[in-house]
Structure formats: structure tokens, C-alpha cells
Design a protein around this ligand. Structure first.
Ligand SMILES: C[S@@+](CC[C@H](N)C(=O)[O-])C[C@H]1O[C@@H](n2cnc3c(N)ncnc32)[C@H](O)[C@@H]1O
Length: 234
């Protein structure tokens, strides 16, 4: 992931992430006046949606550039730089969208998040899951993240002592003018890992994507997000 490097172009290239974050907030709203800490807040898509519910949000991200942009975009939240993959500060509730799948060991991260919550404290979680970007993965193979399906994520949550109160997968088909626009959008949003392909291989992948996934609206890509409302059990 290259979120820190691409912070300045994230928002303009993260339409699905914005929609999923807004859907997550609407999926299991908090009571007005609730307080929570948000992890991996980026430029504040979920932050803004939670604030609109009257929630007091302490938004955190490991990228100082993201925090700077988030503070400007959503000044009503409190912002700070914080790594969410180690121990996190105690909080009455936690929320996160589009972060946990980047962890090398999400089970360990979930245990840290559980430890930060009181008994019955809520975790509102949005995480991409299979079949997200399946067309691309069919062409280039797995990576830079390990993809899990809904059942695998729910099993991880339960093992980390979360009771899942509600969950669902939102799937959408995104259209891009062409494969090169799709690849550029991913690159500019920071979701790409270290370069894996030389220029010739990349050109051939783009050509294949255009050939295999062209439709009347350009090329299409499947996006899928698991939405979870869970509580910590002792
Ligand atoms: C896909 S973006 C999602 C941002 C935002 N939640 C949204 O829905 O648009 C992932 C964010 O997680 C942040 N991030 C990555 N690793 C992190 C870590 N270890 N701790 C906290 N934030 C992290 C990145 O800087 C980036 O802002």
C-alpha cells in the first residue's frame, strides 16, 4: 500500500471507498452523543458520515499526510497520527473502513482492538472481501493483500472475542472508461503494492483487461465490502 505517498490523490480516486464508508455508517448508526475512535480514517469519508449522526469522532491514521488532509476536510473531528496495527488507545467504541485487510496478521490486530474496548463496546468494521477486484486478481494473481471471504472474516472476528450482531456484503460493479483508467485510479488511490510488472507485461495485462472486461460503459470491476456491527465480549 502507498497511501502516505498518494494521500493527495486518494479522495479523487476512491469513489467506491467513499460509498462503502457512507453505507457502513448508515448500516448500524450510533446514537447522537456517542464517542468513538476511528482507525485508518484516511481523509475522513467515514469520519464525516459518523459526525453527521452526532457522534464525537477521534479520527486516527498512521499517515501524517492523510491526517493533515483529514483535518482540513473534516475539522469537526479530533485528528491524530496513530498506528492501528499495534496496541490502540482505550475507547468506548471503534470504527474502521478499508484498513484491516492490509494487516499482515489481522487476527492479532483484532485482539488489540478488542483489548481497547470495554465489555460490550462496539466495533463498526468495513473491510473489502472476496469477490472484490476478482477480475483483476484473475489476471495478476493475489497481492498485495491476502483476500478473505465473508465467512473467513467473521471467523476471525469471533476468534478475537467479538459477537457479530449484524453483517452483510455490499457488492457493486464500477465502470471505468478503459483498463488503463482503471489501473491509474488504483495507482493514484494508493492501493497498489511494490511494482511487480515491467512495462511490457503491464501493457499486456492492460490489453487483456480491456479485451476480457469491456462493456457498453467501458471496462468493469467488481467491488465488495463486508459491513460488520460487532461487540466485544469478555
Ligand atoms: C483504503 S484507505 C481507507 C481510508 C478511509 N477509512 C476511507 O474509507 O476512505 C486505508 C487507510 O489506512 C491507513 N493505514 C494503513 N496502515 C495503517 C496502520 N497500520 N494504522 C493506521 N492507519 C493505517 C492509510 O494511511 C489509509 O489512510
Amino acid at each position: 500500500m502507498r497511501f502516505h505517498e498518494r494521500a493527495g490523490s486518494y479522495e479523487a480516486n476512491a469513489a467506491p471507498q467513499r460509498r462503502f464508508a457512507e453505507a457502513l455508517a448508515a448500516f448500524a448508526p450510533f446514537r447522537a452523543g456517542s464517542k468513538l475512535n476511528e482507525l485508518g480514517a484516511g481523509t475522513g469519508f467515514l469520519t464525516a458520515a459518523l459526525l453527521a449522526q452526532g457522534v464525537q469522532v477521534h479520527a486516527t491514521d498512521s499517515s501524517p499526510a492523510m491526517v493533515e488532509l483529514g483535518r482540513k476536510a473534516v475539522p469537526a473531528a479530533k485528528w491524530s497520527v496513530h498506528d492501528a496495527f499495534g496496541p490502540v488507545d482505550p475507547a468506548p467504541a471503534l470504527a474502521s473502513s478499508g484498513l484491516l485487510h492490509w494487516a499482515a496478521d489481522p487476527a492479532a490486530v483484532l485482539r488489540h482492538w478488542h483489548d481497547a474496548l470495554p465489555d460490550q463496546g462496539r466495533l463498526l468494521l468495513g473491510v473489502p472481501c472476496d469477490p472484490c477486484l476478482c477480475e483483476l486478481r484473475d489476471l495478476i494473481g493475489e497481492g498485495p493483500v491476502r483476500w478473505r471471504d465473508e465467512a473467513q472474516w467473521l471467523a476471525l472476528l469471533r476468534r478475537a472475542r467479538f459477537d457479530v450482531r449484524a453483517h452483510g456484503v455490499l457488492e457493486s460493479e464500477e465502470a471505468y472508461p478503459s483498463a488503463i483508467d482503471f489501473f491509474r485510479t488504483l495507482h493514484r488511490s494508493g492501493v497498489t503494492g511494490a511494482p511487480r510488472f515491467g512495462p511490457a507485461e503491464l501493457r499486456s495485462l492492460i490489453k487483456d483487461y480491456d479485451r476480457l472486461h469491456a462493456g457498453p460503459r467501458g471496462v468493469t470491476a467488481t467491488w465488495a465490502w463486508l459491513l460488520v456491527d460487532a461487540t466485544a465480549r469478555p
